[in-house]
Write a protein that binds this ligand. Structure first.
Ligand code: GRF
Length: 187
């Protein structure tokens, strides 16, 4: 199978990145991870990419034209899908247009509920019965693109933020790969 070349954007721990790298080693998984981009020099995910010989690029978002630098690299590496996995920067409308290919994101709530940051504390405050994660296409609206899939679980009234996060991330490790398989199902 000819795999699509993917780039994963991260800012932090990169556990979803690590999960995707592992999955991408399966012969039948539709993508290979050919580039990792981080706006954070110290993101642990970068150490993992280094160890696994995956090319990475650290970007300084204080520079005005940093998105152009990214676009250049994506083109050079013939990337056809971007997976945002805990990337804490907003991607501009111009970037989305110029890239012109698939961009997906994973979000730790059942969208359209709880867009944006601090999802777990808001979910607890709201006494939600169910929560989970969502994989969606990225458009210019924050966490607002078409949904590819969601995975849910029931909130235990005794759950704290950390427990919610652990349970949500466990589902993310299933949801992200599954969404990618779904995107390329008929290709
Ligand atoms: C994930 O929970 C994802 O939903 C959110 O950022 C988190 C990234 O975690 N967008 P990690 O860096 O993959 O561990």
């Amino acid at each position: 199978m000819v795999k699509k070349k993917a780039c994963v954007f991260i800012s932090g721990k990169g556990t979803n990145l690590i999960n995707l790298i592992r999955k991408s080693r399966d012969y039948n998984f539709p993508i290979s991870i050919n580039l990792v981009i981080s706006n954070n020099n110290n993101a642990p995910g970068i150490i993992y990419a280094k160890k696994n010989n995956i090319p990475f690029l650290i970007i300084n978002t204080k520079f005005r034209n940093y998105e152009y630098k990214i676009l250049r690299e994506l083109k050079r590496k013939r990337i056809s899908i971007i997976c945002l996995a805990g990337y804490m920067k907003i991607i501009s409308r111009n970037f989305i247009k110029k890239f012109g290919k698939v961009i997906i994101n994973i979000h730790p709530s059942l969208l359209p509920k709880f867009k944006g940051l601090n999802t777990f504390s808001r979910i607890l405050q709201n006494k939600e019965k169910k929560t989970g994660c969502t994989v969606h296409y990225v458009n210019e609206k924050l966490d607002g693109g078409n949904i590819i899939l969601k995975k849910k679980f029931f909130v235990n009234p005794r759950d704290n933020e950390n427990e919610l996060k652990l349970k949500t991330q466990k589902l993310e490790y299933l949801a992200f790969p599954e969404a990618i398989i779904r995107i390329y199902r008929y290709h």
